[in-house]
Unconditional design. Structure first.
Length: 337
């Protein structure tokens, strides 16, 4: 009897402790440092302050482009050049064909130590390409943080993010665009690239058993969390309308690589239509995923995401205005002055 009471006491105390800790240490994206408010033009070497553009409706000015491509890049000096060349080849050709198209590519160097930012600028210089902007994060945030920071300064009517390793064939963006045309309602819509169609193909049979097992476990988990309709949440190739991006990215919290889940949860709660589109996928060498460790972390992160929203520590609907967002993101100017 007493041992049961002691056990219950211990359980309740540790539960209360855990919840207190969760509430006290609820993560919020770190503020930008002073230098993270600028990008350096590759061609002219000019330093320009970014505007937080995400909440503004598309203005028809010379600044606006039809498409923004955000490329999060952490130590991608080896793989980024090829990906960037493929992307720019495709987009340049399209602009030549159709003068109505315009674009920008925002490379977000996520605190790399291998010269990723300089390599991105060098490619832009070599190609005399003025549409590449490089945003350098001084401290690593994680893929989600890098994508979000890029999205917040993007000026496109549509916004794509694409992995720096070039695992997706870039021209498949046309598949996403078609799907987005079809699915979007009142300028709201997301088209997510998907590798789910490859599950029974050679590419995946060659994957290890443990990998497939974890993938199915992850799907079951997502079902519990309420993202039941999307088979492949983690593909780094997603296209959003500006209106949808403005609804989602200012409200993002997760800066790690499972940010896709928070993004899709927010989209679901905001009733944004989502299309899942099969894309060509080449698994690239040098994948940075540590399967077992990442799966465990992912499970914990997913539960935490639900916990933070459930308890209201994070808010999916609170209206944000541009000033408030600027305030939230603003870095202290002290550091570089
Ligand atoms: C990318 O394009 C530039 C300019 O055309 C070229 O100098 C460079 O070698 C290319 N890099 C790769 C990896 O294809």
């Amino acid at each position: 009897m007493t041992s049961v009471a002691v056990l219950a006491g211990v359980l309740i105390t540790s539960l209360a402790g855990l919840i207190t800790a969760l509430v006290m240490f609820t993560p919020h994206p770190r503020r930008r440092t002073a230098n993270e408010r600028f990008f350096i033009d590759a061609v002219t070497n000019e330093r320009t302050e970014f505007e937080i553009a995400a909440l503004e409706p598309p203005r028809r000015t010379s600044q606006n482009v039809a498409l923004s491509v955000v490329v999060p890049a952490f130590n991608e000096a080896a793989r980024l050049p090829q990906m960037l060349n493929d992307t720019l080849d495709f987009l340049d050709a399209r602009v030549k064909r159709d003068k109505g198209h315009s674009f920008e590519v925002i490379v977000v160097d996520d605190g790399s130590s291998d010269g990723t930012a300089e390599i991105a600028r060098e490619i832009a210089r070599k190609r005399a390409c003025s549409q590449v902007r490089v945003l350098v994060l001084e401290k690593n945030r994680g893929k989600g943080g890098a994508v979000t920071q890029g999205m917040l300064v993007a000026r496109g009517d549509r916004l794509l993010f694409a992995d720096a390793d070039g695992a997706t064939r870039f021209s498949d963006i046309e598949l996403l665009e078609k799907a987005l045309d079809k699915v979007s309602v009142a300028n709201h819509g997301i088209a997510v690239g998907s590798r789910a169609h490859m599950v029974r193909s050679d590419a995946v049979v060659k994957r290890s058993f443990i990998r497939n097992f974890l993938m199915h476990g992850f799907h079951a988990f997502l079902l519990l969390l309420g993202i039941s309709s999307i088979k492949d949440t983690q593909c780094g190739f997603k296209l959003l309308t500006r209106r949808s991006a403005a609804e989602i990215f200012p409200r993002m919290h997760v800066e790690g690589w499972i940010f896709d889940i928070e993004m899709l949860l927010l989209a679901t709660w905001h009733k944004i239509p989502i299309a899942e589109v099969p894309v060509t996928w080449n698994e690239v060498d040098g994948s940075k995923v540590n399967l077992l460790k990442d799966s465990v972390r992912m499970a914990i992160d997913l539960l935490l995401i639900r916990f933070y929203y459930f308890t209201g520590l994070w808010n999916a609907f609170k209206a944000l205005d541009a000033q408030e967002l600027e305030e939230k993101l603003k870095g202290s100017k002290r550091k570089s002055e």
